[in-house]
Design a protein around this ligand. Structure first.
Ligand code: ADP
Ligand code: GLC
Length: 468
């Protein structure tokens, strides 16, 4: 079975968030199953990975968008170093940029990617068994395959849509239709949602099956989906929930090159202590205090706007008997507020930016990882934290609900219900109580490290869905 994953991100080529981790791992694990050939197709970016690896050009052609003509080149990585075939689509002027997102013409950019991929497959007569589309950026593919005559060779190919984040739907005005490959006008209703073209809605309408990245999040989408609730209710027969795994080869505290001190389950407490001591020294924090951390995008979904209040309240209420370290970037107001607090409180360290190596060090060094998310389709941080023996403190929502069980009910994490700074700080107080119970922390560290979040199980669930 031949599966093409279409995505804007893939670790380690280009990563903004968890989408990259998933797309960089799922095909690798699928390929370990006999008879499966899974690959990734993504845009070409001006990134170190692209320059450090060798590629061969497997296609060179042209697409037309409105009155413009663009060259399309598809390059295949020669050594299959990621455990799957990696194809990069380069379209000078649109898909030859530094980063996946944040450009004024991104709707046109995503359209060009989808058009370019289908044009290549059609021209080269490559007919995969499954086109697996990730998020709205590739959500028009199921429509294009069926209703654009240019791609009639692909008609009938099965399409799967994975919703990593339903907050973003790619809505655009109808005048953008001029940039589409020519399509059957009678099918316009499949593109429309409330007077706009909505690629995520189109994906749900046109694909053969779609899934959210956790069962908990899928359940929530039926009630709250930024206006698409009635659509998922209508299409419920095609809806699935499949929890993400984590790449346990990349995220392994015994072999992780980013760590100053590697450790396994047996020596976890001392290993974590050594890492923590080193990290605390780097950030001028007292290593004898419990360390709470946050890693992520400074966005409302992540509850990052609660962080300033969480930092000041928790430090004040405990008279400075804990440390907090935050790594992230995004909303400038949040960055500024946190930056001011980092000057005010010696117990609080902030690192603004995207730093893969530092994230690994923080997961390994922390006692607790905080995720006050308003919305969390799956969340990978809590699983990385647990794998590194860190106790997750999470709001009870989406994938966090499915992966973190509270200590009071036999689990080894901490849950809280309300999306607020107050509730998060209360949960941190619970963390502190636990921290001070003699002999409890090492047990929780061990227990968290024993959870199996590996991709094997989830890859099998995707395979079952492909087979269906
Ligand atoms: P999302 O994709 O919504 O941002 P996930 O929990 O699925 O959330 O995945 C986030 C991924 O991005 C994790 O691998 C996390 O470690 C990483 N990450 C987030 N922010 C940063 C940062 N500032 N520096 C390094 N890694 C980060
Ligand atoms: C999205 C979600 C996150 C999920 C990730 C990978 O970015 O916000 O919760 O873990 O996709 O599926």
């Amino acid at each position: 079975m031949r599966i093409f994953n279409l995505s804007m991100e893939c670790y380690p080529v280009a990563k903004v968030g968890g989408l990259a981790d998933v797309v960089g791992a799922l095909p690798k694990y699928l390929n370990k199953i006999e008879g499966i050939e899974a690959s990734v197709v993504m845009p070409w970016y001006n990134k170190p990975f692209v320059h450090d690896h060798q590629f061969e050009i497997v296609f060179d052609g042209w697409i037309h968008q409105h009155h413009q003509t663009f060259q399309v080149q598809v390059m295949k990585e020669r050594s299959k170093s990621l455990g799957f075939d990696l194809y990069l689509v380069k379209i000078p002027g649109l898909l030859d940029r530094d980063n996946p997102y944040g450009y004024w013409d991104e709707s046109q950019q995503f359209l060009a990617f989808q058009h370019g991929v289908l044009h290549w497959l059609t021209a080269m007569q490559i007919r995969p068994d499954i086109l697996h589309c990730h998020d709205y950026h590739t959500g028009l593919v199921p429509f294009m395959v069926e209703h654009c005559p240019e791609f009639s060779f692909l008609k009938g190919v099965k399409t799967i849509g994975t919703i990593h984040n339903g907050e973003y739907q790619g809505q655009m005005r109808w005048d953008m239709a001029k940039y589409f490959p020519w399509f059957d006008g009678g099918k316009w209703g499949l593109l429309d949602w409330n007077g706009y073209i909505n690629p995520l809605a189109t994906m749900i309408k046109c694909c053969h099956a779609f899934n959210a990245v956790s069962g908990g999040y899928m359940d929530e989408l039926f009630q709250s989906f930024r206006g698409l609730e009635s659509l998922v209710q209508q299409e419920y027969a095609k809806a699935y929930g499949i929890i993400n795994g984590i790449d346990t080869e990349v995220w392994d505290s015994e072999t992780d090159d980013f760590l100053d001190f590697n450790y396994g389950k047996e020596d976890a407490s001392t290993g974590k202590w050594k890492n923590k001591k080193q990290l605390c020294e780097e950030y001028n924090l007292n290593p004898d205090l419990p360390l709470f951390s946050f890693i992520g995008r400074f966005a409302g979904e992540k509850g990052a706007d609660f962080l300033p209040e969480i930092v000041s309240k928790s430090i004040q209420q405990t008279q400075g008997s804990l440390n907090i370290i935050v790594l992230g970037s995004g909303d400038k107001n949040i960055e500024n507020e946190l930056s001011e607090l980092s000057y005010l409180y010696s117990n609080f360290a902030l690192d603004v930016g995207y730093k893969e190596f530092l994230s690994h060090k923080i997961y390994a060094s922390s006692d607790f990882l905080l995720m006050p998310s308003r919305v969390e389709p799956c969340g990978l941080n809590q699983m990385y934290a647990m794998r590194y023996g860190t106790i997750p403190i999470v709001r009870y929502t989406g994938g966090l609900r499915d992966t973190v069980q509270d200590i009071s009910t036999g689990g080894s994490g901490i849950n809280f219900g309300e999306a607020s700074a107050t509730a998060a700080v209360e949960a941190m107080h619970r963390g502190l109580q636990i921290y001070h119970v003699e002999g409890l922390m090492p047990k929780l560290v061990q227990s968290n490290m024993s959870f199996d979040f590996s991709w094997e199980k989830s890859a099998q669930l995707y395979l079952d869905l492909y087979r269906k």
